[in-house]
Design a binder for this molecule. Structure first.
Ligand SMILES: [Zn+2]
Length: 416
């Protein structure tokens, strides 16, 4: 095996519970992420990286692989996140299936849950591979411990093979991607890369440089409660107003009715009584103007409801969360093309499609560092059916090395 420690690293990393916590206000949101990053810092020093540094302000661990060539080439950045999604992450106990036949259902230990090709048709792509699954009680955490393992193994490989020419590489491991805040304090200047990739995508070949534009919406309805027997002309039922609000949104623009490049309004929670009701939405659109139109529609509906039910009956709070990285990437397509070339050189077909979501790169790109997303290998992320192929993780590591090699072949040149 080319990357001797890839499997062991991955197994060691996933066993450590680094679930993030949306309700926490600390950075990182859970102490276990910091502990994990500090252990990782020791490992990076051990394999011989320099400038290994943990920044407590943003909880990013960064390190440098120094250039071993004369000419100046752009500095490549590689980034992944150490937190895992909102699903049980206690006592992760990975199962290893050697030489999977590509068709059999895989019982997840004694949990009663089964990873079945009927529900997970991509399993057929992994005939002959070594699959790593959960035991059915937790998620696996390939999102994004696969990315972390691949980056560390790529760095180790270059240190162990000094005959491979490469420019300077900067790596960063950060917190709290799954709760959407980890990259908020990413320090582009301190990182000092000319372009970067998040290694946080799914199956073989994924290459993403377009994401949603995103906003959150919180609706609060103040009703007027009075005994129903004497409610005539007086009662304002907050629940009814909430229903009116929801029904005023275009019904064909909910997630269950949209796909491809269509945006949506998504009601994520609804609670209340006659007196008061609260709703939470996320709003998504690939176009920035589309996001603005959606926000304007909300404002119009709120205004109309307040004319009907009384001033301040309905209050809306909207907050932009992230923007489509394509705004930045369209002027830096050479970064995408470099990754495409690296994949095709290795016989991997790039799968380029817009992400119906966001990545850390959505924020980091808008901060000025073009950062598309590369596959890390995970499938069925965020739950008990998550799995990853060891061979795909090797290929992801190969892609990172190939990107670094191709970048080193560039003539003396300015940063992109
Ligand atoms: Zn991820």
């Amino acid at each position: 095996m080319k990357y001797q420690k890839l499997k062991d690293r991955f197994l060691n990393y996933v066993k450590i519970n680094t679930r993030s916590d949306e309700s926490s206000k600390t950075i990182p949101s859970t102490a276990s992420q910091r502990d994990f990053l500090l252990d990782l810092a020791d490992e990076l020093k051990e394999i011989g990286l320099s400038e290994v540094s943990y920044n407590p302000k943003n909880s990013y661990l960064t390190a440098t692989l120094n250039s071993n060539i004369e000419q100046k080439v752009p500095v490549v950045g590689l980034i992944s996140h150490v937190d895992t999604a909102d699903f049980n992450s206690e006592n992760i106990n990975p199962q290893i299936i050697e030489n999977y036949d590509g068709k059999s259902p895989i019982p997840l230990a004694n949990s009663g849950f089964v990873l079945d090709p009927k529900d997970s048709p991509n399993l057929k792509n992994y005939a002959g591979d070594t699959l790593i699954t959960t035991d059915g009680t937790t998620l696996l955490g390939a999102d994004d411990k696969a990315g972390v393992s691949e980056i560390v193994c790529a760095m180790e490989y270059l240190i162990d093979h000094p005959e491979i020419s490469h420019g300077k590489v900067r790596i960063a491991f950060g917190p709290d991607e799954e709760i959407g805040v980890g990259a908020d304090k990413f320090d582009v200047a301190e990182f000092g890369a000319d372009f970067a990739y998040t290694v946080d995508g799914g199956p073989l070949g994924e290459l993403e440089w377009e994401t949603f534009n995103a906003a959150s919406l919180a609706i609060k309805v103040q009703g007027y409660n009075i005994h129903p027997s004497i409610a005539y002309g007086k009662m304002i039922n907050a629940l009814q107003v909430a229903i009116d609000f929801h029904n005023s949104l275009p019904q064909d623009e909910f997630p269950e009715n949209t796909k491809d490049r269509e945006g949506f309004f998504h009601l994520t929670s609804l609670e209340g009584a006659v007196d008061e009701a609260k709703m939470s939405y996320i709003i998504r659109d690939f176009e920035r103007s589309g996001l603005e139109e959606r926000k304007n529609l909300v404002t119009k509906i709120v205004k109309r409801l307040n004319q009907k039910y009384g001033e301040n009956c309905v209050q809306a709070q909207m907050h932009d969360q992230y923007y489509n990285m394509a705004e930045v990437m369209k002027d830096h397509m050479e970064v995408v093309e470099l990754a495409e070339k690296a994949m095709t050189d290795l016989g991997i077909t790039p799968i380029i499609s817009p992400v119906r979501g966001g990545t850390d790169g959505s924020k980091i790109s808008l901060m000025g560092l073009p950062t598309p997303n590369l596959f890390a290998g995970g499938e069925n992320m965020h739950g008990r059916y998550e799995y990853v192929s060891l061979q795909t993780m090797e290929q992801a590591t190969d892609v990172l090395l190939q990107i670094i090699k191709l970048n080193a072949e560039k003539e003396d040149q300015k940063c992109p």
